[in-house]
Design a protein around this ligand. Structure first.
Ligand code: GLU
Length: 442
């Protein structure tokens, strides 16, 4: 049987690092097992689901290089959910309930006050046909629950060993809302069967759902699904990640010009027994992936870590790898320019600051004109090489008796307009003699 995994986001917001980590783990598991990876859009809640987010989810995956073999929307399968629902109903596993949300809430509060389990009390099972009719003639529509057996569900979780959940500790799940919308617990179980999913890998916030879904899957069909629940990533503060947390959305990192490989490297190693490090390529990530290394304790997202990986990645880029991207910033950027500047960049696009400094004919008025005049007088003739700066500044030092910061900072500021940056011995070669003379206003 072909290993088949799926990533099943609800299109109700932007994907964040936590969501993408789940996608990546499923994708890597499929790719390392010669399997299939499906993107399922969980959009049965048509009010909250937005087409805009479906496109963004697909764009994020594509941008990161996480390709899928098949995709579908749950909203295209309402008929099938209805059909399976009728099947369960025929088996006597479905019952209508008429409680309003307020009534259910009141029951929960009473159970809480009495110190008992907050589980649906199955009062609806005791309704007579007449009572049901009365509710309906009052205009109430039923929602439908799945009758679970009083049994324990056990499974061998790839990441958490054996898990056992007593179904009597859980409420019978609602499968269809009163407005006819199937709920996730049900549609997901139906799809996992129909699409021959072999491995469901998801966050451990779904552990009790799994018990319910195994019960459902058993009622619908025989199943041999394997489950794995990974610990969820947390924010650096230790809080839960939220879809409303746009600062950690993939889109925001893309807007900040963070490289996809930096994100993938972080997500492939965070919350695992391996150290967080930059990977050479997505192929290396596939090669090294082992699901057992995912740890059961939550990893914390440190954005500084992502920035550090990104900086390291940029420094590793050879000119020919990003020539086209650099040409979009400025066609004049060449190999020499790139090698001189890359060590100072946090993002590739930051190079714009340096093309402005090197190529623009901006005029700089130095603070200490007398000192700069001496420096310009001592400026060597071209051609310049890596030794020119040393020779030149030694001559200035000798003439002015300045040293250290007093010597170097005014020169840097006068020739570049900023007080920090790449090595001056490289920068002056890029700017060139005539531009330096032109630039400095004495
Ligand atoms: N739509 C569900 C979610 O985003 C999918 C969970 C699952 O993988 O089954 O939480």
């Amino acid at each position: 049987m072909t290993v088949t995994t799926r990533f099943a986001p609800s299109p109700t917001g932007l994907l964040h690092l936590g969501n993408i980590r789940t996608a990546l783990i499923n994708w890597l598991f499929a790719r390392t097992n010669n399997g299939k990876f499906i993107l399922r859009i969980d959009d049965t809640d048509t009010e909250r689901s937005k087409e805009e987010y479906v496109s963004k989810i697909k764009y994020d995956l594509e941008w990161l290089g996480i390709d899928y073999d098949e995709t579908f929307n749950q909203s295209s399968r309402f008929d099938i959910y209805q059909e399976r629902f009728e099947f369960l109903k025929d088996q006597g596993r479905i019952y209508p309930c008429y409680e309003t949300p307020e009534e259910l809430e009141r029951k929960r509060k009473l159970q809480l006050a009495a110190g008992g389990k907050q589980v649906y009390d199955r009062a609806a099972l005791k309704l007579t046909d007449q009572e049901k009719k009365d509710f309906e003639s009052d205009g109430r529509k039923p929602h439908w629950r799945f009758l679970m057996k009083s049994e324990s569900i056990k499974w061998n979780d790839i990441l958490k060993d054996e898990i056992e959940i007593d179904l009597t500790s859980l409420s019978d799940p609602v499968l269809f809302r009163e407005d006819g919308v199937p709920l996730y617990t049900f549609s997901s179980a139906v799809d996992d069967i129909d699409f021959n999913i072999t491995n469901v890998i998801r966050g451990d916030d779904h552990t009790s759902n799994t018990a319910v879904q195994i019960e459902l899957i058993n009622a619908l069909d025989k199943n041999n699904l394997v489950f794995a629940h990974h610990a969820l990533l947390k924010a650096s503060s230790g809080d839960k990640l939220s879809k409303r947390d746009n600062v950690i959305s993939i889109e925001s990192f893309r807007d900040m010009n963070i490289e996809p490989l930096a994100i993938l490297s972080l997500l492939a190693t965070i919350g695992t027994s391996n150290s967080i490090e930059l990977k050479d390529s997505i192929e290396q990530i596939i090669k090294e992936f082992k699901i057992e290394t995912i740890s059961t304790s939550p990893g914390r997202i440190e954005t500084d870590l992502l920035n550090a990986l990104n900086k390291k990645l940029i420094q590793s880029y050879e000119f020919n790898k990003i020539e086209d991207r650099l040409a979009k910033v400025d066609e004049k950027i060449d190999d020499k320019f790139w090698r001189a500047i890359r060590g100072n960049l946090n993002t590739v696009e930051e190079i714009k600051q340096w093309t402005d400094i090197v190529y623009d004919s901006k005029v700089i008025e130095p603070k200490d004109k007398e000192f700069i005049r001496i420096a310009i007088d001592l400026m060597p003739d071209e051609p310049w090489d890596d030794d020119t700066w040393d020779k030149w500044t030694s001559a200035i030092k000798e003439k002015t008796n300045r040293k250290g910061k007093e010597l170097f900072l005014p020169l840097r500021e006068a020739f570049t307009g900023v007080s920090q940056g790449p090595e001056m011995k490289k920068l002056i070669q890029l700017i060139g003699r005539s531009k330096i003379i032109e630039r400095v206003k004495l």
